[in-house]
Design a protein around this ligand. Structure first.
Ligand SMILES: Cc1ncc(COP(=O)(O)O)c(C=O)c1O
Length: 372
């Protein structure tokens, strides 16, 4: 059996152990566990990395999305447009602030939302659009921003899977009014627990998000908004500060692995996410598509190769959303079709050449055995 992992946090920790243990110990000795210098410095470092004016740390990517919508005062009765082919949190945040999620279907090649469908979905109640940078590739933002400008809507980028990705030569997180980032352990920049961040170039929104993440207060025991307890722990900030300087190198390694996968797998009857000229990719996931996905997944699993499905059911068909909003099968046919075909392969910067070769050759074996 192989020792191939989808994401190998053990290997990463053994490489960084000294630095991480030192950072953790520094926080433990400081006894500053909430707020404080580690959290502030991490925020400044992310601002510099992304090239954005304000980074506001919070407790998770899901909270980051909610904080964005709360800062924009999205409320019950409002509608927010997004993609049905995303992790549940994107739509959940919309529902949690009491608004109604409205979906537009995805492009079959890039797998991100189709901006040409947005205008039709806009109503008098629409307040915002959330494009999702799925798998680490940017959604096509300029046409989204153009629709938003025309209808006076706000744009919240869901960059939970795409820290470091560039759209038209500038990082995602600098285009929308607000951006949500996740540092969930399996992300390309992962904490050792839940963590997230909101990015924005607007200082008034930044101030509001900062307050909303801390019980709506700017001054202790004076609460100007009804907010959340959504603060980033100093321990997580210190760990993320160790990892951030490696992020570009890791993203590059992910791109190299993706190139290796594609070079050989392109010869097989598989479909790949199209890489458009406007976006780079940080390959949070490397995803292949085949109508024989389930069979292939079992074949790989029997040979010690883990895979995952992101995501087996589009959001509109999830029981919670289907019942509450009356969504039905057939409403977003591309998302529904793709959900039955996608398969994410092992992808992390510590994959060895040997492991990449084994993954490729086992997939080749699956298709050749069928042909032979
Ligand atoms: C597209 C997307 N949005 C939002 C989130 C939510 O982030 P978190 O798990 O940090 O709450 C995630 C990831 O988990 C995600 O993949």
């Amino acid at each position: 059996m192989t020792n191939i992992q989808m994401v190998d946090l053990k290997r990463q920790y053994s490489r960084l152990q000294k630095e991480i243990d030192t950072a953790v110990s520094r926080v433990l000795h400081s006894c500053r566990f909430v707020h404080g210098p580690e959290v502030q410095q991490f925020a400044r470092e992310v601002e510099k990395y992304v090239g954005v004016a304000h980074a506001i740390p919070c407790a998770s990517g899901t909270d980051a999305l909610m904080l964005c919508l709360m800062a924009l005062e999205v409320q019950p009765g409002d509608e927010v447009i997004t993609t049905p082919f995303t992790f549940i949190a994107t739509a959940e945040a919309i529902s949690l602030v009491g608004a109604t999620p409205v979906f537009v279907d995805i492009d079959e090649q890039t797998l991100t939302l189709r901006p040409d469908l947005l205008s039709e979905a806009v109503t008098a109640r629409t307040r915002a659009i959330i494009p999702v940078h799925l798998y680490g590739q940017s959604a096509d933002l300029k046409p989204v921003l153009e629709v938003a400008r025309r209808h006076q809507l706000k744009v919240v980028e869901d960059a939970a899977q795409a820290l470091g990705t560039e759209y038209c030569g500038r990082k995602v997180g600098t285009w929308g009014d607000l951006t949500a980032v996740s540092f969930y352990p399996g992300k390309n920049l992962g904490a050792y627990g839940d963590a997230g961040m909101v990015l924005t170039n607007h200082s008034s929104l930044a101030e509001k998000v900062r307050m909303l993440a801390d019980h709506g207060s700017r001054k202790r025991y004076l609460h100007e908004y009804i907010g959340l307890n959504s603060r980033l722990d100093a321990l997580q900030a210190a760990i993320l500060r160790v990892k951030l300087p490696y992020l570009d190198e890791w993203n590059q390694r992910r791109r190299d692995i993706a190139r290796r996968y594609r070079e050989r797998l392109e010869k097989l009857p598989l479909t790949f996410q199209r890489l458009p000229e406007y976006s780079t990719h940080i390959y949070h996931q490397f995803v292949i598509r085949t109508p024989r996905r389930d069979e292939l997944q079992v074949f790989l699993q029997k040979r010690g190769i883990p895979t995952a499905i992101h995501y087996p059911l589009p959001v509109h068909l999830q029981p919670a959303f289907r019942q509450r909003y009356g969504f039905r099968e057939g409403m977003f046919p591309v998302a529904e079709k793709v959900a039955g075909e996608v398969l994410s392969l092992p992808m992390h910067p510590d994959l060895t050449e040997e492991e990449i070769r084994i993954v490729i050759e086992t997939i080749e074996q699956f298709f050749h055995q069928q042909a032979g």
